[in-house]
Write a protein that binds this ligand. Structure first.
Ligand SMILES: [Zn+2]
Length: 367
């Protein structure tokens, strides 16, 4: 039975408060909290503030005694990730004398921060390999309750914080590692299944943060990665091992085609420039060349037009690109924007743009 002594509501959040609770609180020792049920309400989060448990729940209940249920599957997942963290941290310490100075468990992954700005990849793989060997050895994970005075009997990986009072709980993994900890752990390293580092980044200037997955999370991730590589391999119609080469070839081909395509656009612009000029509408001695097209050759046309005679306007979607050496583009754009304040755009003397909904016939009125 769980005794809820008070219900607290804050905006859309409901908390069931108790003095004692079987639910492990979120964030304690860097670990994830328990989930489950209090009566028929789902527990979404558990906070421990001033020795009071705040269970965030999804529906209102009355204070009183309740049956509760703890999500054991989740607890097992947390135990897998957390024990893997002990092993990985110990492996880095033993192989390279690297300390774990930070640890964070998230819903999707777990991180450790190692006190090095640059972590050699070979070393990373070596520590991961040793960790998996320890997992496969199926070493017992024991809990030892001791006191501060007796700590000298144990060769701890990490010095205990001075602040800690009373009984001390040590987690002993075979003869591989022993460290004080208050979280959930598996009973045997074999239960972890496997541990896999998935990425790393440099943080706080001088630390390396490793992201890793253990147990079912790692298996789920492996399945996901197989699905992704299969999809890419099907798309590339290539064997999985050939995919990197094929992707690189495809990207190089695309670059080559893009360059050829741009050359053809330029050539085409040169070919039609003369014709467009002959057919141009003339207003106040300004030859107006207007094109409304999504085609890319329009970018090259000004290069082949006598811009000191021409006002060139190219419309793509709701954007008008304007260029000329005959008139001042900036003045024209400002006049139009003054008449249509909802339009955006701007530019300089020889080129600029107008963005928004306006018809070309309206633009011509300002010449
Ligand atoms: Zn632990």
């Amino acid at each position: 039975m769980l005794k809820i002594k008070e219900i607290k509501k804050e905006k859309n959040t409901i908390y069931a408060l108790s003095e004692k609770s079987p639910f492990y609180p979120d964030g304690k020792g860097g670990q994830l909290g328990d989930r489950g049920k209090i009566g028929n309400a789902n527990v979404l989060m558990v906070e421990l503030k001033n020795n009071i448990f705040f269970h965030k729940i999804d529906k209102e209940i009355e204070p009183g005694d309740y049956d509760f249920e703890i999500d054991i599957k989740r607890r097992k997942d947390i135990a897998q990730q957390h024990t893997a963290q002990h092993i990985l941290s110990a492996a880095f310490e033993q192989i390279a004398d690297l300390d774990t100075v930070g640890f964070r468990m998230a819903e999707e992954y777990t991180t450790i921060d190692l006190n090095t700005a640059r972590l050699d990849e070979k070393l990373e793989l070596e520590a991961e390999k040793l960790s998996n060997e320890i997992i496969q050895k199926c070493l017992p994970v024991e809990e030892i309750i001791t006191t501060k005075n007796e700590l000298g009997n144990y060769n701890l990986r990490k010095e205990l914080s001075e602040k800690i009072q009373g009984d001390i709980r040590l987690i002993k993994i075979g003869d591989f590692d022993i460290n004080p900890c208050g979280g959930f752990h598996v009973k045997n390293t074999g239960e972890i299944g496997l541990v896999k580092i998935i990425s790393k980044e440099k943080v706080k200037g001088n630390l390396t943060r490793l992201y890793f997955l253990a147990g079912n999370r790692a298996i789920k991730d492996y399945n996901e990665r197989i699905k992704i590589t299969k999809t890419i391999s099907n798309l590339m119609t290539s064997k999985i091992e050939d995919v990197p080469k094929r992707v690189e070839e495809t990207i190089n081909k695309m670059k080559e085609y893009k360059s050829k395509y741009e050359k053809l656009n330029e050539k085409f612009a040169e070919l039609i420039a003369r014709d467009l000029l002959n057919k141009a509408e003339i207003i106040n001695e300004i030859k107006i060349i207007y094109l409304d097209t999504e085609d890319d050759y329009i970018n090259y046309l000004p290069k082949f037009l006598p811009m000191e005679e021409v006002l060139y306007i190219a419309k793509k979607g709701n954007r008008f690109e304007i260029s000329s050496k005959k008139i001042n583009c900036k003045d024209l754009i400002n006049k139009i924007k003054k008449a249509y304040p909802e339009l955006k755009g701007g530019g300089g003397e020889n080129r600029g743009s107008i963005i928004g909904n306006i018809d070309i016939s309206e633009i011509k009125k300002y010449l």
